[in-house]
Write a protein that binds this ligand. Structure first.
Ligand code: AP5
Length: 214
């Protein structure tokens, strides 16, 4: 199964991607996670990406397209893949089409997780992530919980650099301007599926699984 996951910041892409990846045994490819790891390791890519990411801007297309294309050529993608956060612009979607065409393969589904803006701001404002394994922790985190360690690896839970109010506002604006047009881009393809993403994580995953079954 070859899947693209679309959705606003905070729509729950990373959360659902982890579940889909486990259920269908396909690699979860998150350009956001790859870039954050590069920032953490202070690689050349990370140094280039950091200033864009912390302000809530997109990293330039030419950087991200190369990164995604390289990752799709890894052997584990032979059994399928789940792209989370890529493509994010029409130029990236066109580049992805070319990469897949050259590989002689096609996407099976483009899932758009749809949730209203009030809810995404609420989710992002209270998200904590593990500094070590990048696991996403539920948004119902109290001040006491912040002091707690990651229940998967014991790492420290932190606020993502781009989950500050100003960066959240900018990310939502960038989403509307540059990523939402992808709904239109994929709408004629017959593989775009809109999935309502409010409700619990389990309810949303139930809808995702139903859509993928069909
Ligand atoms: P990226 O990491 O992709 O961030 P994003 O798209 O802004 O999405 P998020 O990770 O913030 O949210 P999500 O939808 O994954 O939600 P999550 O599951 O965490 O990109 C970060 C940056 O990298 C970009 O801004 C850009 O700079 C750069 N970048 C990445 N890809 C790029 C590209 N292709 N081109 C250019 N630049 C790129 O959930 C959020 C919270 O809600 C969590 O706390 C979670 O526990 C909670 N939650 C999830 N589901 C539910 C639910 N059903 N009910 C209640 N809470 C829920």
């Amino acid at each position: 199964m070859r899947i693209v996951l679309l959705g606003a910041p905070g729509a729950g892409k990373g959360t659902q991607a982890a579940l889909i990846s486990e259920r269908y045994n396909i690699p979860h490819i998150s350009t956001g996670d790859i870039l954050r790891e590069a920032v953490k390791q202070e690689t050349e890519l990370g140094l280039k990406a950091e200033s864009y990411m912390s302000k809530g801007e997109l990293v330039p297309d030419e950087v991200v397209i190369g990164l995604a294309a390289d990752r799709l050529k890894q052997p584990d993608c032979g059994k399928g893949f789940l792209l989370d956060g890529f493509p994010r612009t029409v130029a990236q979607a066109e580049a992805l089409d070319k990469v897949l065409q050259n590989m002689g393969i096609k996407l099976d589904a483009v899932l758009s997780l749809d949730v209203d803006e009030t809810e995404v701001v609420r989710r992002l404002s209270s998200r904590r992530v593990c500094e070590d394994c990048a696991a996403i922790h539920t948004s119902a985190v109290s001040e006491d919980d912040i002091a707690k360690a990651c229940d998967l690896c014991g790492g420290r839970l932190v606020v993502r650099a781009d989950d500050q109010p100003e960066a959240i506002r900018r990310r939502l604006q960038v989403y509307k301007e540059q990523t939402e047009p992808l709904i239109q881009y994929y709408s004629g393809s017959g593989i775009l599926k809109r999935v309502p993403a409010s409700g619990t994580v389990e309810e949303v995953f139930g809808r995702v699984a139903d859509v993928l079954k069909s």
